[in-house]
Ligand binder design. Structure first.
Ligand code: ATP
Ligand code: MG
Ligand code: MG
Length: 404
C-alpha cells in the first residue's frame, strides 16, 4: 500500500499531463445512428474521444458519445463548424455533404476515408462506373434518362430489370423491379421519376448474397474479415452466417484497394449459380453485416475503424469463436399496424435470448419504432455452426408459434 503512495518530484508538480487514451485525436463522426453508437462503445475501450454530428437530439449515439453537436451532416456551414472541433473526420453514413468534405480537405482537414471515396460511393451509378474501370466484376448497368432509354436497357439486359436511384438509397428503398416492358413506367414512377436520377442494372441471378468487411489502415495495409453470408427471411428480417470464400475476399480486397483513405469498408457481393462473384455495392463505413465481429472476432469492425482513422496499427481480423450468427431485430410492418405489439415481440425475442448461451443482445435505443427500421440485433456464438443454428432456432421458434 505504501509503495503506491509515491511522492512527486517537485519538478513534476503542477505539470499538466494530458491523457487522451490511445490517440490524442478527437474523432468526429458524421451521423449518430446505431453504427455511431457502436463506434462510441469501441472508443470507450481505447479512451478515444468521439464527437457526433446528427440532427436528432436523442439519436442512438447521443447518450454515450463524448459530445453531440445537433445539426445536419448535409449542411455545409454546420459540417465546417463541426470539422473545427475534430482531429479526424469520419462517417457512419455515406449520405453526407461530400462537396464540403472535398473543400475542407483542401484546407487541411483530415477526412478518413477520403472525400473522393464518399463522393463516388454515395452515387451508386458513379460507384459502378468507378469499379468497372478497375475491372471489378459487376452486373451490367446503364444510365437512363427516359422511358425510351429504359426500354433499350430492357432489350439489352432482358427481364426482370433492376431500376435504381443513383443517390440517397438505403434498405432497398431506392430500388424497383420491372418484370416486363409494361412494368417500366410504374417502376420508374415508384422511384420518383427520371428526374430523381436513375440507372438500370441487369438482374443478377444470385444464389447467395455475401459480404466482406475490409479494413484499410493509413499506411494502406488492407485486411479482410471472414466472409459473411446474408439470408433474407420473409423480406423483413435476416440472419448472417459465414464461411471462408477466397474469391469473394479477392474481389472485396481489389474493390477497396481502388478507393482512397482509411477505415472500414463493407463490400456486398452476389454469388451466382455458376460460382461467379459480382460486386453489388460498397459502404465506406462499418456495416450491419459486420456486427457479429464485436463478439466473434479479435478486433471488432468498430475498434478497427477507429484504429484505422486515427492511425493505429490494424488489429487481428480473425475469429475467436468457431461459429457465429447474427439476427436483426426489425420493426415489422404487420406489428406496426398493431401498435404496441412491435415492442411486445421484440421483448419476447430478447427475453428468450437472455437465457441462450453465447447470445449477446444489442438494443439501439432508437427514439421511435418506425416501420422496417433496425431496432437492435442479437449475435449468437458457439462451438459449431450446428450449435449456433440450433440456438437461433430456439430463440425464434416461439416467435412463429405466437398466434400469427
Ligand atoms: P443497403 O444499403 O441497405 O444494403 P440499398 O438500398 O443500397 O441497400 P442494394 O444493396 O442496391 O440496396 O439492393 C438491395 C437488395 O436488392 C440487394 O441486397 C439484393 O438482394 C437486391 N438486388 C440489388 N441489385 C440487384 C440486381 N442487379 N439483381 C438482383 N437483385 C438485386
Ligand atoms: Mg446501400
Ligand atoms: Mg445493399
Amino acid at each position: 500500500c505504501k509503495a503506491s503512495l509515491e511522492v512527486q518530484e517537485p519538478s513534476h508538480r503542477g505539470t499538466e499531463i494530458e491523457v487522451h487514451g490511445l490517440s490524442q485525436k478527437v474523432v468526429g463522426v458524421l451521423g449518430g445512428g446505431q453504427l455511431g453508437r457502436m463506434l462510441c462503445e469501441a472508443a470507450s475501450l481505447l479512451a478515444i474521444k468521439i464527437i457526433i454530428l446528427d440532427p436528432m437530439e436523442n439519436c442512438p449515439a447521443s447518450a454515450i458519445c463524448h459530445h453531440h453537436m445537433i445539426g445536419s451532416y448535409d449542411d455545409s456551414a454546420t459540417v465546417e463548424e463541426f470539422a473545427k472541433r475534430c482531429g479526424v473526420l469520419t462517417v457512419e453514413i455515406e449520405h453526407v455533404d461530400a462537396e464540403t468534405l472535398e473543400r475542407l480537405e483542401k484546407h487541411g482537414v483530415d477526412c478518413q476515408p477520403k472525400a473522393s471515396t464518399i463522393r463516388i460511393i454515395q452515387d451508386k451509378y458513379l460507384q459502378k462506373v468507378h469499379f468497372s474501370r478497375h475491372a471489378i466484376p459487376l452486373p451490367k448497368f446503364m444510365e437512363v434518362d427516359d422511358l425510351e432509354g429504359a426500354k433499350r436497357a430492357g432489350d439489352l439486359f432482358g427481364y426482370p430489370l433492376m431500376i435504381k436511384s443513383k443517390r440517397l438509397a438505403y434498405d432497398g428503398r431506392g430500388n424497383a423491379v420491372a418484370k416486363s416492358e409494361e412494368d417500366l413506367s410504374l417502376a420508374v414512377n415508384a422511384l420518383g421519376g427520371f428526374d430523381r436520377g436513375l440507372y438500370i442494372e441487369k438482374w443478377a441471378p444470385f444464389v447467395k448474397e455475401l459480404s466482406v468487411i475490409v479494413a484499410r489502415g493509413r499506411d494502406n495495409t488492407v485486411l479482410c474479415y471472414p466472409v459473411v453470408e446474408t439470408i433474407h427471411r420473409q423480406e423483413d428480417s435476416f440472419v448472417d452466417k459465414f464461411k471462408i470464400m477466397k474469391l469473394a475476399t479477392d474481389v472485396a480486397y481489389k474493390a477497396v484497394s481502388s478507393l482512397e483513405g482509411a477505415g472500414i469498408f463493407a463490400v456486398e457481393l452476389f454469388l451466382t449459380a455458376d460460382g461467379e462473384v459480382l460486386l453489388n455495392e460498397v459502404a465506406p463505413r462499418p456495416h450491419n453485416s459486420g456486427h457479429h465481429t464485436i463478439e466473434s472476432c479479435f478486433t471488432s469492425q468498430y475498434e478497427q475503424h477507429l484504429r484505422a482513422v486515427v492511425g493505429l496499427p490494424l488489429g487481428d481480423t480473425s475469429m475467436k469463436t468457431p461459429a457465429a450468427i447474427m439476427y436483426n431485430i426489425l420493426e415489422k410492418s404487420y406489428l406496426w399496424i398493431q401498435g404496441d405489439r412491435g415492442f411486445d415481440l421484440a421483448n419476447q425475442i430478447i427475453g428468450r435470448a437472455l437465457r441462450i448461451p453465447g447470445a449477446s443482445i444489442h438494443w439501439y435505443d432508437k427514439p421511435e419504432m418506425r416501420k422496417q427500421r433496425k431496432m437492435g440485433h442479437i449475435t449468437i456464438v458457439g462451438p459449431s455452426m450446428g450449435t449456433v443454428e440450433a440456438r437461433l432456432k430456439s430463440m425464434l421458434a416461439e416467435e412463429t408459434t405466437d398466434g400469427k
